[in-house]
Write a protein that binds this ligand. Structure first.
Ligand SMILES: [Fe+2]
Length: 554
């Protein structure tokens, strides 16, 4: 295997990320400290990998390969508030996302798919094809270029403009989930099925010609954006073999309004985990984390980061994309420095200059693809990116600002770091997506704790983009933080930081977890409430579902 796979993220996992192997039914959980805000009524959900069955090839199994498991915590939003010690104050549970691969393996009683680091094996390739054909009535859950790996749906969580709850995976279609409140008030999280934009979950043939979403061709990357004004959902999809990527727009009714294809810069397909929108544009972040088919076929990691190539920001007119008429939207590429961004914080059109936009994203000097990439060095050779074998840990993002001039004279007019801390996993008040905002939030990367290539987070940051400053809220010693979700407080709707930041924290010893609640406007005072949970492995992204939305799913 070509190098690049991080030590602690491959094979045997430490307790902090080891799979539970079983879902947890609904149970009551109590407050460890503080008082739950009265207005906070709904579900916090967090997705992450949790292998249900022993891996076929443990030595070639990456942490990312685990089946998607969603942990959820239901907060009561009691009008009088709920104080610590008053009894069972919240509800908690977890559920596997029942993907096609998960169900096939459950039926077989053993793993039938391999991980991201495994080279092609004929029996597994044949099984993968057979699975796709057998599932053809509703469509496979992954595009043609993903065969012997399953879609685990273990990465993102989001709500569409129409209120559907989706679990996303970088290289596959999303799965629709549903929160069901049973008699007696207990909650159950169930998998509805593979979701096709505009076609719902599990309905209709998988093959579609023309401009629709085709489950055989398209995927739906981990991150999508919901415009707070139009309630449109914008997503990107990429074809690593066909060297095209797609931009899709769903209306507030979840109907697919358009899906248009674009060529990669120079015909080189890259991984684009996230992107950004403004009120008028879509901004694609095309960095040189290139798909490496030859390396992948030999059992190596799937990507190679080119240390010499330029990055490019692709600017697309939102109005032209959503028009879906005979005139296809064009993309304007703006070259930028060599770097990589996994996540964007926000982006907006300059209020005084319609040709200017401002992008905030977490920029790392170079990336090892979190253990899934080699380096193409300045010497033209391929190098291992594992910690200790290359330049030390390389995925060290910092919040960065680019000001981009579009149209004639398109160029980067400003590029500067916004924060001295290394940080990632950003979020903002969702009412400000694509609009000028002052505050952003992210997680500080620990300088002392990590698991191989996977960083751990030891503080929550509140960035003041107007003042170019940030406040820091360190976690208690011995804890690390998971993805943050900003939940607006309806009673403070006119205040940008009027809301709460929710996140799971985990003991480094891997035996305890908490759901912490911070008042974003009183950031440095620390959590206003902390709910004690059983051990929850670290994972990926989170979201919030208001109680009223879940009620409709009964
Ligand atoms: Fe992400």
């Amino acid at each position: 295997m070509t190098g690049g796979a991080g030590g602690g993220a491959v094979g045997q996992f430490p307790a902090l990320m080891a799979p539970l192997g079983a879902a947890r039914g609904s149970r009551r959980v109590g407050l460890a400290r503080g008082k739950l805000p009265p207005g906070l009524r709904g579900y916090f959900l967090r997705n992450g990998p949790d292998s249900r069955l022993p891996a076929l090839f443990p030595e070639a199994t990456h942490w990312f390969d685990g089946d998607g498991m969603v942990h959820w915590v239901r907060l009561p939003g009691d009008a009088a508030g709920v104080e610590a010690g008053s009894g069972a104050e919240a509800e908690y549970g977890s559920a596997y996302i029942e993907t096609q691969g998960y169900l096939e393996e459950e039926c077989a009683g053993k793993a039938k798919y391999c991980g991201l680091l495994q080279s092609p094996i004929l029996p597994l390739v044949l099984w993968g094809f057979w699975s796709k054909i057998r599932n053809a009535i509703h469509g496979p859950d992954r595009p043609y270029w993903v065969i012997q790996q399953k879609n685990t749906a273990n990465n993102g969580l989001l709500r569409t403009g129409g209120g559907r709850l989706l679990a996303t995976y970088e290289a596959g279609s999303p799965y629709e989930l549903r929160l069901v409140q049973e008699e007696g008030g207990r909650t159950r999280l169930e998998t509805v099925g593979v979701y096709r934009p505009g076609g719902g979950a599990g309905r209709g043939l998988g093959v579609r010609r023309g401009g629709g979403y085709n489950k055989w061709l398209h995927n739906f990357t981990a991150h999508a954006k919901v415009c707070p004004t139009t309630k449109e959902l914008i997503f990107i999809s990429y074809d690593l073999i066909g060297k095209k990527f797609y931009v899709g727009i769903m209306g507030p009714d979840d109907e697919l309004r358009s899906l248009q294809d674009f060529d990669y810069v120079g015909g080189t397909s890259t991984m684009m985990h996230d992107f950004a929108i403004t009120e008028s544009r879509i901004v694609v972040m095309n960095h040189p984390l290139n798909f490496n088919l030859e390396q992948s076929m030999k059992g190596g990691v799937p990507f190679t980061y080119d240390r010499s190539a330029a990055s490019h920001f692709g600017i697309i007119d939102r109005n032209l994309v959503s028009a879906a008429g005979p005139r296809a939207a064009e993309i304007q590429w703006i070259p930028a420095e060599n770097c990589y961004c996994y996540h964007s914080l926000n982006c907006w059109d300059d209020p005084d200059d319609c040709a200017l936009l401002h992008l905030y994203a977490h920029r790392t000097e170079e990336t090892g693809g979190l253990g899934l990439a080699t380096f193409l060095g300045e010497d033209g050779g391929i190098h291992d990116s594992s910690p200790g074998k290359g330049r030390g840990r390389v995925d060290n993002p910092q919040l960065h600002k680019w000001s981009l001039r579009t149209g004639n004279g398109a160029q980067v007019v400003e590029s500067r770091n916004e924060c001295t801390f290394f940080s990632d996993f950003p979020d903002i008040n969702p009412q400000f997506v694509g609009r000028p905002c002052r505050f952003g939030y992210s997680l500080r990367i620990s300088e002392t704790a990590a698991v191989g290539d996977v960083p751990l987070f030891d503080a929550v940051l509140k960035h003041d983009l107007k003042m170019s400053s940030c406040e820091t809220l360190p976690l208690e010693k011995g804890r690390v933080a998971g993805d943050i979700t900003f939940v607006p407080d309806e009673s403070r709707a006119t205040q940008e930081d009027g809301g709460w930041i929710l996140f799971m924290s985990h003991s480094l010893t891997g035996d305890q977890a908490w759901l912490d609640v911070i008042d974003a406007a009183d950031f440095t005072s620390g959590p206003v409430a902390s709910i004690r949970l059983p051990h929850v492995p670290i994972g990926f992204h989170s979201t919030w579902v208001p109680e009223a939305t879940a009620d409709r799913a009964r």
